[in-house]
Design a binder for this molecule. Structure first.
Ligand code: GLU
Length: 278
């Protein structure tokens, strides 16, 4: 086993990010219960190994939209926020039910940029997460889309999950995507695109490889994922991008299997969350 992959087995605090398109059926937009069930079971299993787990889950708007029977993306802010309010509630109800089946406590954490606005806010948010870990809960994080407007939104949950990783001092972030990881070019367009297994340091060469590749429901393409990797790795966490098609990639990654693209942490001494908020 690759030495860097071997080290993933020892990670103690793991953040997993899943997007809207991974937890809903493409044809209807409804929740994919089989996938969600498997996701929760795997997270509970990682928790049972004595590790701290955080789930950053999108889906509020997608689920809300489906619930109210809207067959297009919300076209104004109020509609988007209303969909998020309805969807977040339904999504959380489902998570809550599934986590409790495995005897775990889910805790909802909704964040806006204000949660990280100044040192006091950061301290408060950190303390809340620390207490949740102490209590043995599994925080389920999303952006607070119901009140987030342009000025205070994170933009996408890839970035949010990287900031959360920095906030909680995670040592591994697993970003689930609709693609296997980073390729030298967009594999949907270029058949010669080669898969990248390891990114020791995010330089211009790797940035140039990132092309938009997300499906219709989510917001983050490969560029957003690379931006997230820059934050997570500078904060001291390794990050893996893996394909959510088979949700088992989470346990396989944690078991040190060579799967997805691994970005190595390089812990920047001067790391400051504020530098990444715009
Ligand atoms: N927070 C949004 C939602 O839950 C999704 C944002 C994203 O997927 O990046 O619908």
């Amino acid at each position: 086993m690759d030495k860097y992959r071997e080290l993933l087995k020892d990670k103690k605090r793991i953040v997993v990010k899943i997007g809207s398109s991974s937890i809903t059926h493409e044809c209807t937009g409804s929740i994919n219960y089989r996938k969600l069930e498997k996701l929760v079971r795997i997270l509970c299993d990682i928790k049972n190994q004595g590790k701290d787990v955080v789930l950053v889950s999108s889906g509020a708007i997608a689920v809300g939209r489906q619930t109210v029977g809207l067959n297009h993306r919300p076209d104004n802010l109020a509609q988007k926020q209303a969909c998020a309010a309805i969807g977040q509630c339904r999504l959380m109800m489902t998570y809550q039910k599934l986590f409790s089946e495995y005897n775990q406590m889910a805790a909802q954490v909704l964040m806006t940029k204000y949660s990280m606005f100044n040192e006091e806010h950061i301290r408060n948010a950190r303390n809340t997460f620390a207490e949740l870990f102490k209590l043995g809960a599994i925080p389920v994080v999303n952006e607070n889309d119901t009140v987030s407007t342009y000025e205070i939104e994170f933009g996408d949950n890839d970035r949010l999950s990287a900031l959360v990783s920095a906030l909680v001092g995670a040592d591994l972030l697993i970003l689930l995507s609709d693609i296997d990881g980073l390729f030298t070019d967009d594999p949907n367009v270029n058949p010669d695109a080669r898969f990248i297994e390891l990114v020791p340091c995010i330089d211009d060469k790797f940035k140039a490889m990132a092309k938009g590749s997300a499906g219709g429901l989510g917001t983050g393409g490969m560029t957003a994922k690379l931006a997230a990797a820059a934050i997570a790795t500078a904060a001291g966490a390794d990050m893996v991008i893996a394909n959510s098609k088979d949700i088992d990639v989470i346990s396989r990654t944690v078991d040190g299997e060579n799967i997805g693209t691994l970005f190595l942490a390089h812990h920047d001494e001067d790391f400051n969350i504020h530098d990444y908020l715009d």
